[in-house]
Design a protein around this ligand. Sequence first.
Ligand SMILES: [Cu+2]
Length: 249
Amino acid sequence: MRFATVLAPLLLTGLAVAQNNSTNSSDVVTVMVGGTIDTPNGGIFQFIPNNVKASNGTVVRFMFTGMPGNHSITQSSFSAPCTDLEGGFDSGWVSIPNEGVQPAPEWNLTVTNDQRPLWFFCKQLIPSPHCIAGMVGAINAADDGDNSFDNYKQAASQVSPTEVDQTQNGLVGQGASASQRPSPIPSGANLFPDASAPAGSGSGGGSGTGTGTGDAPTTTSPSGATNILATMNSGLIALVAGVSVMFLA
Ligand SMILES: [Cu+2]
């Protein structure tokens, strides 16, 4: 009798967790970050697909599958397609070697305001600015009219190379936010900025590494806090699971 009283809330908790997980997994839109040299319509320098719709709470899952690749997902504005938006989201750079890595790093961005279009670009400058080459994307852009995705991409292609911005912004943006940096980062891949990443490693990361290193301390700290929280949550779930098993046994 006493066991049943204790068990009921535990089982209910388990049920709630399961329901949350199933809801989240169905509201995911996947976007590939970068292609390969042979990928049609842009080769390495593109997001696939580059124009998606996502309602509030939907996770846009950016998969770093392009290879080789050294890309970012950085929020901009329609009027300045290759310039970071103040207070905008930013994944930081993830470099992927020629042969790719398994599993591909992913970055989960949750839409918080689906009533405004979200514009983003890749801020990598090497070998030439990816944004100008067409590595831009949109969430909830208008299908037609002046502020369409096609017009945004066209405007990006006209940007002067010296105007492509490499400021490092945070995980929380305008209209969408992430709770952690891209992960996992398997051997062979690199994340910038990241204090634990070897300085200067990765080909072609010159200017990216320079900018990133300076900002590393501010971004590392919240990310570390998130990891601790995640660990604590896992511990709690394990504890609850352990207690349930004890009672069931
Ligand atoms: Cu790129």
